[in-house]
Design a protein around this ligand. Structure first.
Ligand code: GAP
Length: 480
C-alpha cells in the first residue's frame, strides 16, 4: 500500500471510530485544528498519565507544574520569540499560495538520491541558520522549483513570518495590551524556576515537568495532527550546573528513546537527527524522529538550552534567578552562585498519538479457500489502549447481562471497560479490534454453571476458557 494511502486510511479510521475529528466540521472544518473524540481522548489521557508518572514519579528529582497559557508580554521578548520565532515564507504570484521555504525545498529533493539530497538539505539548513534569505532564493531558482499548483516559478522574495498568535487583554480596545498565546509551555517553567525550587526544596540537578496547550500560526499545515495550530506539549526542563550539559544531554537522549520504546514500538522505527541549524537558545540539539508513513519526522526535541532563558528573564525582569550550590568543587569550595543551565525534553502529544495510531493500524487478510474475509485492527500496547477490556454477554437474556454487569463493576475502578449486548459476537469482536481493545470476554450459558468465561486475544484472535475471577488480574498484569 502506498504511504499516502496508509496515512489517509488512518485519518479515515480515526474519524470513523471516534478518535479524531476535524474541528468545527459542520462549518467545513478549521485548517490544522482537530478535536479528540471519545476514543482519542482516552488514548491521550493514557499517554499523558504514562509520561507524567515517568517524569514525576519514576524520577524523584522532577516535580510538575501547570502554568497559564497567557503570560506577561515581556516573557516572549526575553525568550527571543518576538524577534526570532519566525519561518521564512515565499509566495507564488500565480497561484497566490504561500509556502514555508524549507518545506518547499524538502519536498522538491525528496525523490533525489540520498547523498545528493543530504548535500542540498545541509546547505539549506546552514542558510536557514544564518538567515540567508537571498541564498535560499537563489537555491530555489537553481533547483528550478515550481509551485505544485500553478507549476510556475513566479516567486515573490522570501520574508520572515512570526508564528505567535496574539490577542488583546483589557476591555477598552485602545488601552488593551497585546499578549500572546504561548508557542511553547517551557517559558511557564522558566518564570516559575525560583518559586518551584524554593517551595519544593530541590537541589540542582532537578527538573520541572509540564503538560499543556501551545499555539503556533503554522502557515502550511500538513500531515493531519502532525502539524497543528493548537497542539499539546509535554515538556521537562532539567536544571543543571554549567559545564555538565554534555553528560545530561546524552542521558536524556537515551532516557527518552527508551520511554518511546516502552510504548511497544521497536527501536528500528526511531532515529536521532542532530540539528545543524540550532534554535536561538540552544548549544546542542537533536530530534528523536519516528518513521511516519510520510518518512522519518520529528517526534521529540532534546535541547541543551544553556542559561539563555533564565539569564534573559533575569535581565528583563530584574529579579535574581540564580541558585546557590553548596556542593564542593575539586578545590573543596562550594560551587556558589550561578544561573543554572537547562536540558530540555519536549515532545508533542499529538505527534505521539499519530505515532501510536500509525504503528497500531493493521489491515489483515483473513480469507480462507471458501470465504473472503479481512479485518482492520489497532494493535496498541495494552498500556495505551483506550479500552482495556470489553465485556460481552452472549445473549440479552437468561441472566447473562447480570453476570456481565457484575464483572464490569468489579473491574471498572482498575481500568477502562466497555460493555455491549448488541450484534453477533463476531461483529462485536471485530468492532473491538478496530478500537484496539486487547481483551474481550464473553459470558455464556456455561458461565452460569462453572463461573468460567471465554477470553479472546485481539492480536492472535485466539480464545481460551478461564475462570472469571482471573480476568481482572490478567488485564492488570498486561497494563502494568
Ligand atoms: N520548547 C521547545 C520547543 O517547543 P519545538 O521543537 O519547537 O521545541 C517541540 O517543539 C515539540 O512540539 C516537537 O518535537 C513536536 O513534537 C511538537 N510540535 C511543535 N510544533 C508542532 C505543531 N505545529 N503541531 C504539533 N506538534 C508540534
Amino acid at each position: 500500500m502506498a504511504e499516502n494511502n496508509t496515512l489517509q486510511s488512518i485519518i479515515s479510521h480515526a474519524k470513523e471510530y471516534g478518535f479524531i475529528f476535524p474541528s468545527s466540521e459542520i462549518y467545513e472544518g478549521l485548517s490544522a485544528v482537530y478535536d479528540y473524540g471519545p476514543l482519542g481522548v482516552e488514548l491521550k489521557r493514557n499517554i499523558k498519565e504514562l509520561w507524567w508518572k515517568h517524569m514525576t514519579q519514576f524520577h524523584k528529582d522532577i516535580v510538575g507544574i501547570d502554568s497559564s497559557i497567557f503570560m506577561h508580554p515581556k516573557v516572549w521578548k526575553a525568550s527571543g520569540h518576538v524577534d526570532s520565532f519566525n519561518d521564512p515564507m515565499i509566495d507564488n504570484k500565480d497561484s497566490k499560495k504561500r509556502y514555508r521555504v524549507d518545506h518547499l525545498i524538502e519536498d522538491h529533493v525528496a525523490a533525489l538520491p540520498e547523498e545528493e539530497k543530504m548535500l542540498i538539505l545541509e546547505r539549506m539548513e546552514e542558510m536557514l541558520g544564518a538567515e540567508d534569505l537571498e541564498g535560499l532564493s537563489e537555491m530555489i531558482e537553481e533547483l528550478k522549483i515550481v509551485c505544485p499548483i500553478s507549476k510556475t516559478a513566479n516567486w515573490t522574495e522570501i520574508r520572515q513570518f512570526n508564528l505567535m498568535f496574539s490577542t488583546k487583554v483589557g476591555s477598552v480596545a485602545d488601552e488593551a495590551n497585546e499578549i500572546y498565546l504561548r508557542p511553547e509551555t517551557a517559558q511557564g517553567i522558566f518564570v516559575n524556576f525560583s518559586n518551584v525550587q524554593k517551595t519544593s526544596r530541590k537541589h540542582i540537578p532537578f527538573g520541572i515537568a509540564q503538560i499543556g496547550k501551545a499555539f503556533r500560526n503554522e502557515i502550511v499545515a500538513r500531515g493531519f495532527v502532525f502539524r497543528m495550530r493548537e497542539f499539546e506539549q509535554m515538556e521537562m526542563q532539567f536544571f543543571i550546573r554549567p559545564g555538565t550539559q554534555k553528560e545530561w544531554y546524552e542521558y536524556w537522549k537515551e532516557e527518552r528513546l527508551k520511554w518511546h520504546q516502552s510504548l511497544g514500538i521497536p527501536a528500528e522505527n526511531f532515529r536521532f537527527h542532530d540539528h545543524v541549524q540550532l534554535s536561538h537558545y540552544a548549544d546542542m540539539a537533536c530530534d528523536i524522529e519516528y518513521k511516519y508513513p510520510m518518512g522519518f519526522r520529528e517526534l521529540e526535541g532534546i535541547h541543551s538550552r544553556t542559561d539563555f532563558d533564565l539569564k534573559n528573564h533575569q535581565e528583563e525582569s530584574r529579579k535574581k534567578l540564580q541558585y546557590y550550590d553548596h556542593t564542593l568543587n575539586e578545590d573543596g569550595k562550594p560551587y556558589g552562585n550561578y544561573i543554572p543551565y537547562v536540558l530540555e525534553t519536549s515532545v508533542g502529544l499529538d505527534r505521539l498519538i499519530l505515532m501510536l495510531m500509525c504503528h497500531a493500524y493493521t489491515e489483515e487478510d483473513l480469507s480462507t479457500e471458501d470465504r473472503k474475509d479481512s479485518r482492520v485492527v489497532l494493535k496498541f500496547h495494552p498500556r495505551v489502549a483506550p479500552i482495556k477490556l470489553a465485556i460481552l454477554p452472549l445473549t440479552r437474556k437468561d441472566g447473562l447481562p447480570e453476570i456481565a454487569e457484575q464483572l464490569f463493576d468489579d473491574c471498572k475502578m482498575e481500568f477502562k471497560c466497555f460493555y455491549e449486548e448488541k450484534d453477533t459476537i463476531g461483529k462485536r469482536y471485530r468492532r473491538m479490534d478496530a478500537l484496539g481493545t486487547p481483551f474481550c470476554v464473553t459470558i455464556d450459558h456455561q458461565t452460569k454453571e462453572d463461573d468460567t468465561v471465554t477470553i479472546r486475544y485481539r492480536d492472535s484472535m485466539e480464545q481460551e476458557r478461564i475462570p472469571m475471577n482471573q480476568i481482572k488480574e490478567l488485564v492488570q498484569k498486561a497494563i502494568k
